[in-house]
Design a protein around this ligand. Structure first.
Ligand code: C2E
Ligand code: CA
Ligand code: CA
Ligand code: CA
Length: 273
C-alpha cells in the first residue's frame, strides 16, 4: 500500500515500524483534531515590534510521544496525507487570526506549504474560500514555500505561486540559500519575502563567510524589492548585526520559541509592558 511504501526507507526495523505507526495514525489524527499549531513571532528588525506569526504544526501522540514535523511531514508528503494536513493548518491558522482580530490584535499569519501542495490544483480555490468565509484580507496571509520545493519543479511552482499571489496573499521563499536557486531564477519568481536559512544566521557572529553571504543576500533582496527575514536568531548580538546589515524581519528563540496560542498571547502581552 501507499503507507507501506512511504514507510520503507533505509534504517533499522524499529525505524520502519515507527514510520509505519506514524503513517497509520495520521489520518485519524487529522480527522480527530489531534494535531495542533504553535505560533512563533516574526518581529521588525529595527523596532522589535511583533508583526505576525508563523504557524508550526505539532503532534503529541499518546504512545509515540511528540512527533516532530521534520519527522512526519516528509512521510505525509509520500503518502499523500499532506494535502489534508495543509488544509487543516490553513483553516486552524485563519480561525486563530480571526479570533485575534476580534481581540483587537492585527497579526500577519504565515503557514508552510510543501512541494506536493504546489501540485494541488484545488489549493488556490480552497485558500480563496477560506479567506472569504472569514472576511479576512488576503494580504495578511503569507504562504511559506521552501526554496528546494520550488526548485523541484520550477515551472509548476512559478505557475502556482503566481495564481496564489493573484489572490493577494504574500509568498515567502523559505530556507533560502540551501536549494540552489540562481539569482536569475529568483528574479522571475513571484515571491514577496526571502527567508534566509538558519544555517547562515547561526554562524553569523563567528564566521566571516556567513557574514559575507548574508550581507550580500540582504542587499540583493532589497534591490529586488523583497522583504528579508532572518530565522534562527538566538542572541542579541546577532539581532544587532542583522540590524546593521539592513534585514527587515526576525524570528528566533532569542525573542520567542513557537508557543501554543494562549502562551503566545501571554508572551505578546508581556512585550507591550
Ligand atoms: P521551517 O519552516 O524552516 O521552520 C523553522 C523551524 O526552526 C521550526 O522548527 C522552528 O521551531 C525552528 N526555530 C525557530 N527559531 C529557532 C531558533 O532560534 N533556533 C533553532 N535552533 N530553531 C528555531 P519546527 O517547528 O520543528 O519545524 C520544522 C520544519 O517542519 C519547518 O521548518 C517546516 O519545514 C516543517 N513544518 C512545520 N510546520 C509545518 C506545517 O504546518 N506544514 C508543513 N508543510 N511543514 C511544516
Ligand atoms: Ca517556514
Ligand atoms: Ca526555514
Ligand atoms: Ca526548515
Amino acid at each position: 500500500s501507499k503507507q507501506l511504501l512511504a514507510a520503507y526507507q533505509q534504517g533499522s526495523d524499529e525505524d520502519y515500524m515507527r514510520r509505519l505507526q506514524i503513517l497509520q495514525a495520521l489520518p485519524e489524527a487529522i480527522s480527530a483534531r489531534k494535531l495542533n499549531l504553535h505560533y512563533q513571532a516574526k518581529l521588525c528588525c529595527r523596532s522589535g515590534e511583533v508583526l505576525g506569526v508563523e504557524a508550526l504544526i505539532r503532534w503529541q501522540h499518546p504512545q509515540l510521544g511528540v512527533i516532530r514535523p521534520d519527522e512526519f511531514i516528509p512521510l505525509a508528503e509520500q503518502s499523500g496525507d499532506i494535502l489534508r494536513v495543509t488544509r487543516w493548518v490553513c483553516e486552524t491558522a485563519l480561525d486563530q487570526q480571526q479570533y485575534w482580530l476580534e481581540q483587537g490584535r492585527k497579526l500577519q499569519v504565515a503557514i508552510n506549504l510543501s512541494a506536493i501542495d504546489l501540485q494541488d490544483e484545488k489549493l488556490v480555490e480552497f485558500i480563496r474560500q477560506q479567506l472569504e468565509k472569514r472576511k479576512l484580507a488576503a494580504a495578511n496571509l503569507t504562504l511559506e514555500v521552501t526554496e528546494s520545493a520550488v526548485m523541484a519543479d520550477l515551472e509548476q511552482a512559478q505557475e502556482r505561486l503566481a495564481q496564489l499571489r493573484h489572490l493577494g496573499v504574500k509568498i515567502a521563499l523559505d530556507d533560502y540559500g540551501t536549494g540552489y536557486a540562481s539569482l536569475a531564477q529568483l528574479k522571475y519568481l513571484p515571491v514577496d519575502e526571502l527567508k534566509l536559512d538558519q544555517s547562515f544566521i547561526r554562524g553569523l557572529k563567528d564566521d566571516a563567510n556567513d557574514r559575507i553571504i548574508v550581507r550580500s543576500t540582504l542587499q540583493l533582496a532589497s534591490q529586488l524589492h523583497l522583504t528579508t527575514v532572518a530565522e534562527g536568531v538566538e542572541e542579541q548580538s546577532v539581532w544587532y548585526l542583522l540590524q546593521e546589515m539592513g534585514c527587515d524581519t526576525l524570528q528566533g528563540y532569542y525573542f520567542s520559541r513557537p508557543l501554543a496560542a494562549q502562551e503566545f498571547e501571554q508572551w505578546l502581552g508581556e512585550q507591550a509592558l
